[in-house]
Design a protein around this ligand. Sequence first.
Ligand code: GLN
Length: 312
Amino acid sequence: DLEIVSSSLLSVLQDLHSKYKSLQEGAVANYIPELAKVNPDLFSICIVTVDGQVYEVGDYQQLFTIQSMSKVFAYGLALEDHGRDYVLTRVGVEPTGEAFNSIVLDERSKRPYNPMVNAGAIATTSLIKGEGATERLNRILEMFRRYTGHDVFVDMSIFTSERSTGHRNRAMAHLMLNFGMIDQNIEEALDLYFKQCAVIVNCHDLAVMAATLANKGINPITGERAVDHQYIKDILSVMYTCGMYNFAGEWAYTVGIPAKSGVCGGIFAVVPNQMGIGVFSPPLDARGNSVRGVEVCQALSQQLCLHLFECG
Ligand code: GLN
């Protein structure tokens, strides 16, 4: 029961923060050179409930780039732009069982597998409507404004660092162009994808964005609708099955709520009709998920009885 939980929620977060602060495993992402500069000791946990209560501990105002967590919101915008049926013809909803950056495509159905892995996310971002690159970027930034409740900006040094080293993503885009899965202008799509990944947020923002998805698409702090209610189930379903990459199955089993990670070390998780959770700790495990983030979410799920099929 959330009301009973609320009184002690802050102390739950404080205990988890001090317990996992000493966990020193994992390594910060370094394949984007600018990302490697982050302080590995940064650590924050934040919960925002659908009625707007905020509980947060640690470095929750520390800024970082949203990275793959942006994929969830871009998918929502693509659904709003084109509708579910069309988007499904361009990007599947099947987990790959492979790493986030694996070069696998569903050649049979001529689609990338899902919007949570890089290939599918690049294809998804290429669907976002707008007259030219600037308008498309502005529509993405405006979307993030609705989810966070404030204006957001692109970290240009992270963006240029990824653009100049992102050969693997560029290769995927070319492969998708070859198969006719993505339209001609792939450099523009990649630029937009890299910028979307370089949007600056903090752990508090992650929890507010997650709480917005938990709250049927309405930001619980500002009261503004961020995404059409009818797409919440699509967004959360694909997060649940694909959001943690090749850890998605084990995550569904042990944590049991939809979530998305990013190589910045962030994870956000959604407890429908209850709360959004954000965790930030840069060191990653071999699958690219935050080591402390995974531990914190597993512990939180147990302690607050969040698993959808245990407590739902
Ligand atoms: N921008 C990163 C990339 O495309 C995002 C990956 C991630 O966060 N898992 O490689």
